[in-house]
Design a protein around this ligand. Structure first.
Ligand code: SD4
Length: 340
């Protein structure tokens, strides 16, 4: 699937929209059959636990998460370690090491994590630490705070034993230098990039956790923070109801507090699919919405283990690992008028 088919334009002043699928090789139908729990949903469908879903095509990441869940591990460990797979993957140019930098050449990471108790931790504008999601977990577990930013977040990470390193790989540096020549700090379109990973899991006990990690928009303004580390926007987990995680143009997600909205809609009785569709409709139906120029996608899961995904434009996908099947599922989308 070519990223260029996924989104045509990026229209945040001077910023390339880093959206697309992280392409990683992984065997289809990875199957590790062990014990599992079956829970009945209201419409008599059977949802089998554990399960994990993630934004985009990230089968290596969901496989790692499922390995933990099948071994009896909890959803929090699963989403953290699943996301870490993509953070360490230098080919994924919007997450962790190898992420595309801001316009000044600095790779700055945003991440958050949320557990079954509603505890959360987040890091914003974190530099030189690959596993931002793990730093976010440390913020959640080892500090009285929810969010740490910039140099403070980095110092905290180092104090916890994370090793600073240069996250700008040769490939990302080359891409940035090319961008500088061609874009000259002006708005650019059709950036061919890879994407944020957001992951949601339900463990064998039926408990839900979620995580999200990204290097954000490529060539963003220095200091820019997106939706991904903002609890309620990029991610929200309510263990009584379900969870949601977002990808795409973070500014639009923040303006509608998208992930919290999806979970609240599920609380009111909507299925994960209908809730994701309603959250997208809040964006595209705004007066003067320029949704044709940007992408937003949501994935969600409810307490019954039902899942949903929806985006503004075509080519968003969700990776789902359940019942021994690790598969990429194309998302339905709003803008059916596109001809590409
Ligand atoms: C951001 N939502 O920083 C992230 C980036 C992303 O697809 O998900 N791109 O706005």
């Amino acid at each position: 699937m070519k990223r260029r088919h996924f989104i045509k334009n990026a229209s945040l002043t001077g910023v390339g929209l880093a959206v697309g699928s992280t392409l990683v090789g992984c065997a289809e139908n990875t199957s590790e059959k062990t014990s599992s729990t079956t829970i009945a949903s209201s419409d008599d469908k059977k949802a089998t636990l554990p399960l994990v879903i993630a934004t985009w095509h990230v089968k290596d990441a969901t496989a790692k998460a499922m390995e933990i869940l099948q071994a009896g591990g909890n959803a929090l460990d699963a989403v953290e370690q699943g996301c870490m797979v993509e953070e360490a993957n230098e080919k994924g140019q919007s997450v962790g090491k190898g992420g595309l930098p801001d316009r000044d050449g600095n790779v700055t990471l945003d991440a958050c994590i949320m557990d079954k108790h509603g505890n959360c931790g987040s890091v914003v504008y974190l530099q030189n630490i690959t596993h931002a999601v793990s730093v976010a977990r440390k913020v959640m577990e080892d500090t009285p705070h929810v969010m740490l930013a910039g140099e403070g977040a980095k110092q905290f990470a180092v104090s916890k034993g994370f090793k600073p390193e240069d996250l700008l790989t040769e490939a990302s540096k080359e891409a940035w230098e090319k961008w500088k020549i061609e874009a000259k700090y002006k708005p650019i379109i059709n950036i061919e990039n890879h994407d944020t990973i957001g992951m949601l899991a339900i463990d064998k006990n039926g408990d839900i956790s979620g995580a999200c990690t990204t290097s954000g928009l490529a060539y963003k303004m220095g200091g820019r923070v997106g939706d991904s580390p903002i609890i309620g926007s990029g991610l929200f987990v309510d263990n009584e109801i379900g969870a949601c995680v977002a990808t795409g143009l973070g500014e639009e997600v923040v303006k509608t507090v998208g992930s919290f909205l999806v979970v609240e809609l599920m609380r009111q009785g909507k299925s994960p699919q209908d809730a994701c569709e309603e959250a997208i409709s809040r964006i595209v139906n705004k007066p003067n919405s320029n949704y044709k120029d940007f992408q937003v996608g949501y994935i969600a899961v409810n307490k019954k283990g039902e899942t949903g995904s929806y985006s503004i434009h075509q080519w968003f996908s969700m990776t789902k690992f359940q019942n021994g099947v690790n598969e990429q599922i194309q998302s339905d989308y709003f803008n059916k008028t596109k001809t590409t």
